[in-house]
Design a binder for this molecule. Structure first.
Ligand SMILES: Cc1cc2nc3c(=O)[nH]c(=O)nc-3n(C[C@H](O)[C@H](O)[C@H](O)COP(=O)(O)OP(=O)(O)OC[C@H]3O[C@@H](n4cnc5c(N)ncnc54)[C@H](O)[C@@H]3O)c2cc1C
Length: 387
């Protein structure tokens, strides 16, 4: 019997250094996340002190150099970390993704030396929680039509507008917000919790990512000193490059959720007896399990190859888009099939499957919906925009 979830020996491709990182994060998830995650998700609460805990194992901005408090690792390591965190829960991986790719990455890539020294160490340790404001009430898939405005006022600027569906908004200490200036250029702005006119109402009663807080960022004529603008970018290249980094991590992360579902379903199928035999003996159930492990294997190979290209600085946004779309869809299908294999037990909290399944309904929507990613590939291969 081959119950491995590394059917094509991707471990050999990864090698010792990454396996050590994987095992460290796997242990962290086993000790810090798994004992309470079901209860936290059921009660719509986050794990207390999560960000500091993630910081303590180097899961925040792992690709940021150690001079700024990061772990100084590469993108393959980042992928492996995301995979292990999402095996725990997509909310945990989302927290690490946002802090790393959507907050630390833009400050590191587009920030001034002063901004990097001031903010990155606090974000890497998890002492400060960051949020990323791109989506608006009227502009989700089409963020370049954003209405949030940055208007010159003396030595600084005034920020007006609102962002919505923002991960960690209710608990953030700072937010990297994307806003248009008077010339219509898109600027990155660092908003701090104490800024007058800043509020972050929570979006409650989600059926998905229940161990993650989500909310709005509201800017009521906030005064922004000019040294809070990210100086090195003034176009959609800013937020889009953040999304590239985050989508890359998601393509790895969801494999963790899929493996967790598959392992539970396989074990259950071997143990649950109906009509005098384990349900794993029936061809219909074997088909489900065989297809799951095949799709997980294909996703593992896709993400490993993407990691090689990303480390070489050769991964295109279109390749990252394809991997995000394929792997999230794969994980969602695996979760749905796994839930069926468990029958009624598939819906209870004692098993992680329904929780993963509900979480993945958000993951297939954020960072570009499944359909938007199809359009990106469509445009790439035909040269015609289908948007
Ligand atoms: C839990 C959660 C956390 C989030 N966290 C963040 C965050 O931290 N920061 C942030 O900025 N955003 C965040 N988001 C927002 C997320 O990125 C958006 O929800 C996503 O981009 C889609 O936007 P929308 O929900 O407005 O859907 P819409 O853009 O309104 O799309 C609705 C439907 O129309 C389809 N559609 C849109 N345009 C086209 C087209 N041209 N052709 C065909 N179909 C189309 C879409 O695929 C989708 O099915 C989060 C969302 C969730 C659910």
């Amino acid at each position: 019997m081959n119950s491995t979830v590394d059917y094509f020996k991707v471990e050999d491709l990864l090698g010792e250094e990454y396996l050590l990182i994987r095992d460290t994060i796997r242990d962290f998830v086993r000790v810090e996340i798994l004992p309470t995650i079901d209860q936290k998700a059921q009660h719509h609460e986050e794990i207390p002190g999560l960000m500091k805990k993630l910081g303590s194992v180097g899961a925040l901005g792992p690709f940021v150099p150690s001079a700024y408090g990061g772990a100084g690792l590469d993108y393959m390591a980042y992928g492996v970390i995301m995979q292990e965190l999402e095996a725990g829960d997509s909310a945990i991986r989302s927290a690490a993704s946002v802090q790393s790719s959507l907050v630390m990455y833009p400050i590191y890539t587009f920030g001034s030396e002063t901004q990097k020294n001031k903010y990155l160490p606090m974000l890497a340790s998890g002492d400060w929680v960051g949020a990323f404001g791109l989506t608006e009430p009227n502009h989700g898939s089409d963020p370049s039509s954003m209405e949030t405005r940055l208007v010159k006022d003396g030595e600084g600027y005034r920020l007006n507008g609102a962002k919505t569906w923002i991960t960690n908004a209710p608990i953030c200490d700072l937010a990297v917000v994307w806003a248009k200036d008077e010339d219509g250029k898109v600027n990155g702005v660092i908003v701090e919790r104490a800024d007058a006119g800043f509020s972050t109402p929570e979006i409650k009663d989600k059926w998905s990512l229940r161990a993650s807080r989500t909310g709005e960022l509201v800017f009521d004529n906030i005064y922004i000193p000019s040294d809070r603008l990210l100086p090195e970018v003034s176009s959609m290249r800013g937020p889009l490059s953040c999304l590239n980094s985050a989508r890359y991590g998601i393509s790895w992360g969801v494999i963790g959720a899929a493996i967790d579902c598959y392992q539970v379903a396989l074990q259950y199928a071997l143990e649950r007896t109906q009509f005098g035999k384990p349900i794993a003996a029936y061809q219909l159930q074997q088909k489900k399990l065989a297809e799951m492990v095949t799709e997980i294997t294909k996703a593992q190979l896709l993400s490993w190859r993407l990691g090689v290209l990303k480390n070489d600085n050769r991964a295109t946004p279109q390749q990252i888009s394809m991997a995000k779309r394929n792997n999230v869809n794969m994980a969602l299908q695996v979760a749905r099939e796994s839930r069926q294999i468990l029958g009624a037990m598939g819906i209870v909290g004692g098993y992680p499957i329904m929780r993963h399944m509900m979480n993945l309904e958000s993951v297939i929507t954020y960072e570009g919906t499944h359909d938007v990613h199809l359009l990106i590939t469509g445009q790439d291969i035909t040269g015609i925009s289908g948007f």
